[in-house]
Design a protein around this ligand. Sequence first.
Ligand code: PLP
Length: 448
Amino acid sequence: TEDELAAGRRAYDLDRRHVFHSWSAQKQIKPMTVTKAEGSYVWDGDGNRLLDFSSQLVNTNIGHQHPKVVAAIQEQAGKLCTIAPQYVNDARSEAARLVSELTPGNLDTVFFTNGGADAIEHAIRMARLHTGRYKVLSAYRSYHGGTALAINVTGDPRRLANDYGNAGTVHFHAPFLYRTQFHSTTEDEECQRALEHLEQLILLDGPAAFAAVVLESIPGTAGIMVPPPGYLAGVRELTRKYGIMFIADEVMAGFGRSGKWFAIEHAEGVEPDLITFAKGVNSGYVPLGGVAISDEIAATFADTAYPGGLTYSGHPLACAAAVATIGAMRDEGMVENAARLGSDVFGPGLAELAERHPSVGEIRGTGAFWAIELVKNRDTREPLAPYGGSSPAMNELIAACKERGLLPFANFNRIHVVPPLNVSEEEARTGLGILDEVLDIADSHTAE
Ligand code: PLP
């Protein structure tokens, strides 16, 4: 309606005057207004409907405004909006039980945080106190959050502006065959060599110094590089050999995104010491993250106080949303739907796009978690935008998606296909159709 559009325009003017945005040069941005969202769709400030192929920041795994979760939040709000973390609360207890039940192995205790970055901060703090060691290993081409330590273990260019040295972090190359650091020609070779490289780093940097390896089970924002078979098991073996805690970061890959509840389950039998989660745990309807803790690490804090906490740890509204989200995901088979979409729609559909469009260097992914790696030249693999940057071609492509009613997730030279897990097959195919059209634009920037 006219009133809604006017309200949207006022919100935009106030935003530009008073709101400070993440990761942005404040005067260079023209943020999109969202007036409404439902299911797999959002509506912009001009009243246009867009199919949300981003799930926002890859967090609305159950889509927007799921009625069961909205009702659960309303009910909890009527009952008890907030209570300090030292008190027992039924929503928090039940959310912790469900997370413990879903995580692999003996990760039976949960520390709730406000989001992903503080989950990483606390997981590392726990690993340091448990081992009595300080240094942390993490991968290049990774994202772990925006707070001091989380951005330092992060391996993307955003770390550099926040790096004052001496955070105790050491970075390694995880497997990425398409842009191999190891001159590999097969996934097996890449896996083997990446593990040798990791062991070398541990040995050269002092095996007794490392408290933890922090690793996304499937790196997300950095490009959805599904690890080759054997890699995560190899990391588990190395961390056991040298007494290092294995922190699996499932903030983006977890809660069904990869077609399993946790992406680490693709590596059968691999049980990390700590799992960090956020986003999909309640689809971000109310901010929530956490750390699932092994019995061994939990035992360290059985009779010694854990030196950490948060005013909103286990916030009732967030936990009630998590309980309802997990319930809806189970009842509606959303994880199974993501797996099916991956194998039947996105896998084959994106492979077709790769065949048709010379700008597609590689497609990779699983479940509802896919990346299209765009290149100027398939032989040299020169990316369509530089690492850490954007390009006119990428900006044109993103604008063309929106003009055609698709909200994409873009990072550097990649478009990610990361819709809600309960997107319908028809919506999924519509999205792929729009991508097919706009990839012609990318093709016009290629050398072929
Ligand atoms: N870890 C991973 C793998 C992520 O993808 C993110 C966010 O994108 C984070 C941690 C940080 O989470 P938050 O933004 O909730 O602090």
